[in-house]
Design a protein around this ligand. Structure first.
Ligand code: GDP
Ligand code: MG
Length: 393
């Protein structure tokens, strides 16, 4: 029988823990983000479950009572999918699945699924395939015995679907091959980048969904895919931009996200080549997000890991329109607003050595200030890097 092409939205529930390391407020915020991820993957969240435990239950992540509560709900509401906020072990996955009798994914598997459906270039596809082979395989083994009726859908797209039956040895060989292939692509890209000529390169970095692609469009007047979904694209887009007669290359890269296991981040490192080799970083931040400081730290940690933290750059606090609505009383005088922003600016400049601007990319507020600062930085970099190119400064 041919497969159904129109997929009904899968119904899911989310499960997380309040532990010694994670307060209820933090968990709520993580679960909101997880709901957003589930939505991006095409699932509708019906309910969020949480439990207070000193640490995750070694056998079933949550305790027996909570698991039974979830089971009842899943059965009653005909839930298709249970998503766990943390990375769970293959055995936890199997034990939970034996009780709940529905498909279970953890945060990483959900993210991989989104990557798999959205990867466009060979490089992005290969990276996803590698990560899926490494991460999914040990988890999928023997997992689907109870689940004859579940043959696809979220979590199974990309490599997952065809790999369930593959044995370990074949998988190892495949991993080695994929790594080789990535190495080759990475070298090809490097050569391509070298052939771009002597242009200063500016990279947009930042947590996912902060407005990088929107800003890319604004600065380059191009049409990069921007939507209110996490990880709208995994691939890097590079555009040549000319501002004030000064040309440079602007790249828009994949967003960063919390709680991604280290070895998964590793698989996506070559996506960050563009960032590593850029001359200037524009770190875009969604200032209206309650956890924006946490997001800045996640991005900075990754920049540190790839050795890109010391590049000249700027923090672009975006979505000021939402911040205004949320935090500034409409009767607040503009002087006081200014003071608050100056304070914020000084704090982050002191912490990161970066200059700051406050903008709204959708309302096009303060874009001139951003442009002017950027032009100055680009010119300065030309002076340092290509001092003989006098036409640019
Ligand atoms: P990216 O993941 O960092 O590339 O983020 P996108 O550029 O795709 O933007 C994510 C969402 O935020 C989209 O729905 C944008 O329209 C929205 N967005 C971007 N900039 C702003 C802004 O300044 N204000 C508001 N309110 N929304 C914005
Ligand atoms: Mg984007």
């Amino acid at each position: 029988m041919p497969e159904l092409t129109v997929r009904v939205k899968e119904k899911c529930v989310l499960v997380g823990l309040v532990t010694q390391e994670q307060t209820l407020a933090q968990l709520n915020e993580y679960l909101d983000e997880l709901e957003f991820l589930a939505d991006t993957a095409g699932a509708e969240t019906l309910e969020k479950f949480y439990q207070k435990l000193p640490h995750p239950d070694a056998r079933t992540y949550v305790g027996k009572g909570k698991l039974e509560e979830i089971r009842k709900y899943v059965e009653e509401k005909e839930v298709d999918l249970v998503v766990i906020d943390d990375e769970i072990s293959p055995s936890q996955l199997r034990n939970m699945e034996a009780v709940l009798k529905v498909k279970i994914l953890d945060r990483s598997m959900l993210i991989l699924d989104i990557f798999a459906t959205r990867a466009k270039t060979v490089q992005a596809k290969t990276q996803v395939e590698l990560a899926q082979t490494q991460y999914l395989l040990p988890r999928l083994k023997g997992m689907w015995e109870h689940l004859d009726r579940i043959k696809g859908g979220i979590g199974m797209r990309g490599a997952g679907e065809k790999e369930i039956e593959t044995d370990r040895r074949v998988a190892q060989q495949k991993i080695a091959l994929l790594k080789e292939k990535l190495e080759k692509i990475s070298k090809q890209n490097e050569t391509q980048r070298k052939n771009r000529g002597e242009l200063i390169r500016v990279a947009l970095v930042g947590y996912t969904n902060v407005g990088k692609s929107t800003l890319m469009n604004l600065l380059s007047k191009s049409d990069v895919f921007a939507e209110n979904k996490l990880f709208a694209t995994l691939d890097t887009t590079v555009r040549k931009v000319v501002l004030d007669r000064t040309p440079f290359l602007l790249s828009d890269t994949v967003g960063f996200i919390r709680k991604l296991p280290h070895h998964l981040v590793e698989s996506f490192k070559s996506t960050l080549d563009e960032v590593r080799e850029s001359d200037i970083l524009l770190h875009v931040v969604d200032i209206s997000h309650p956890a924006f400081e946490d997001q800045i730290n996640v991005v900075n940690e990754t920049l540190k890991e790839i050795g890109a933290i010391d590049k000249p750059g700027m923090i672009v606090f975006n979505k000021m329109d939402l911040y205004d609505k949320k935090y500034f009383d409409k009767y607040l005088s503009s002087d006081i607003k200014k003071d608050i922003l100056t304070e914020l600016k000084n704090t982050w400049m002191a912490k990161t050595n970066y200059n700051c601007v406050f903008i709204s990319a959708v309302n096009k507020e303060n874009i001139d200030e951003l442009r002017n600062k950027l032009i100055d930085m680009v010119k300065e970099e030309y002076l340092v890097k290509y001092p003989y190119k006098t036409e640019f400064y």
